[in-house]
Design a protein around this ligand. Structure first.
Ligand SMILES: C[S@@+](CC[C@H](N)C(=O)[O-])C[C@H]1O[C@@H](n2cnc3c(N)ncnc32)[C@H](O)[C@@H]1O
Length: 435
């Protein structure tokens, strides 16, 4: 879709077409629908409307019902922050910069908090959340179409015919007055001095697909580190090595529905302090939607080691990435099964947002014959295999065990201080379910 087609899609004819596609859309019959619609509409407009509706359906997992009023590009949707994570981060920013009121002096309206720049705003995932949190925000993206889509998304969620950055009637989902706008610019050229803080979400995708090395981010890592000398929040991939996080910066690994979404880097006024000690936080794990947080200040740095007991705890991915597994041990009165393995064990069932808990039904040697017998005795037919610290391919092992019964079970193959074992476990309902 090019800019011209997108503009046509937002015009009266395009809106009518979109409504028709929404009403009749069925992924399996999309070709027939396109053929029919092309009789009355230009082919490129029909293609754009069909793509939008398909993307809106896919976007519901990220944006909920808002998705049906938004516009996307395929890349823009893939790279967008989920509404849950964006709202959490925006809330954290508003709690600090919002308190400063109109300190940037750009918007005299008292309802407006300090100005924030959303560098690399994409289609507006973070931008919308920042506006919703009551912050005055300017989004920047160098891609013309992407920026126009972000503008449309702001306007769409601010209610019909309300241009962004203008006083409007109280609107569904956005504050009554929307102080958000979007500019087309290379963010490395933006004058940041007028903003109380910046948010940046560099592109982690090039023409050749996803990039994993921060050196390949756009804008480049050198720009990111420069931002982090001021007041900033930068979204990075969860696999970011701890050694790349600059000193004086807090790294926060955020998971949602048990999936680690990102590592957010916080600097300047946005870096948080530990609740008890007041010391600046270096590492944090945040588990959404519970919004539960654990930091390096909570971490004793070591935990006892024990053979498996009555309960097994699998720490949340955010906790593991943040290197805070030993901080969960005291919470569940637990011990590690091995000094280098991210499983904890305890005699007690202690519900915690930071780990999925299992009751240990049986501790078995890691021996295929023994395991087959145990599964047969329990009539297991549906088997989930998890593993840590052992050279096992869960799919291959499941096939070799060939379970045939009617019951379901979970098998955890793990290294322990006494060697490899297989644990037959049952997930506890007190554990928050994965997404
Ligand atoms: C990861 S996406 C942003 C997603 C956004 N936070 C959201 O939640 O929807 C990154 C965006 O950065 C933009 N970008 C990359 N390099 C840029 C640069 N140097 N200047 C401006 N925008 C840039 C890309 O066009 C892309 O839209």
């Amino acid at each position: 879709m090019d800019l011209e087609v997108f503009r046509a899609l937002r015009g009266p004819a395009g809106q009518g077409l979109l409504a028709d596609v929404e009403a009749a859309y069925d992924e399996r019959a999309a070709i027939a629908l396109a053929t029919r619609l092309r009789r009355d509409h230009p082919a490129d407009l029909v293609a754009a409307a069909l793509t939008q509706v398909a993307l809106r359906r896919r976007a519901r997992t990220k944006f909920g019902p808002d998705a049906d009023r938004m516009f996307f590009t395929r890349d823009g949707l893939e790279q967008a922050t989920t509404a849950g994570v964006a709202a959490y981060r925006a809330g954290r920013i508003a709690a600090v910069l919002g308190a400063e009121g109109s300190s940037a002096g750009v918007h005299p309206d008292q309802a407006v908090a300090a100005q924030v720049a959303d560098l690399c705003c994409g289609i507006g995932g973070d931008l919308l959340a920042l506006a919703r949190a009551g912050l005055a925000v300017t989004g920047f993206d160098r891609d013309l179409l992407t920026a126009e889509i972000a503008r449309a998304n702001l306007a769409g969620l601010a209610g019909p015919d309300v241009p962004p950055d203008s006083p409007g009637p109280p609107a569904p989902g956005l504050p009554g007055r929307v102080h958000a706008r979007v500019e087309v610019a290379d963010v490395t050229d933006v004058d940041r001095s007028v903003y109380a803080g910046v948010v940046a979400d560099p592109a982690r995708r090039s023409g050749r697909g996803r990039v994993f090395d921060p050196a390949d981010y756009s804008p480049p890592w050198s720009f990111v580190t420069e931002l982090l000398t001021g007041t900033a929040c930068v979204k990075t991939a969860p696999i970011i090595p701890h050694s790349l996080v600059p000193a004086q910066v807090e790294a926060e690994w955020i998971s949602e529905g048990r999936e680690v979404k990102e590592a957010a880097l916080w600097s300047g006024a946005l870096r948080s302090r530990a609740e008890r000690s007041g010391e600046p936080v270096r590492r944090r794990a945040t588990v959404l939607p519970a919004a539960a947080g654990l930091t390096d200040a909570d971490d004793p740095g070591e935990a006892p080691v024990s053979e498996p007991r009555a309960y097994l705890y699998e720490p949340d991915g955010a906790v593991i990435r943040a290197g805070l597994v030993t901080a969960v041990a005291p919470l569940v009165d637990g011990a590690l099964v091995h000094p280098k393995i991210a499983y904890l064990t305890s005699d007690r069932d202690v519900p915690t947002p930071f780990a999925t808990a299992y009751r240990v039904e049986e501790v078995l040697p890691y021996d295929v014959k023994v395991l087959k017998r145990a599964l047969r005795a329990r009539d297991v037919g549906t088997l989930t295999v998890k593993k840590r610290g052992v050279d096992v391919d869960p799919d291959v092992l499941r096939k070799r065990l060939a379970p045939r019964g009617s019951a379901a079970a979970t098998l955890v193959v793990t290294r322990t201080a006494a060697g490899s074992v297989a644990l037959l476990v049952t997930p506890l309902s007190s554990s928050p379910p994965p997404a």
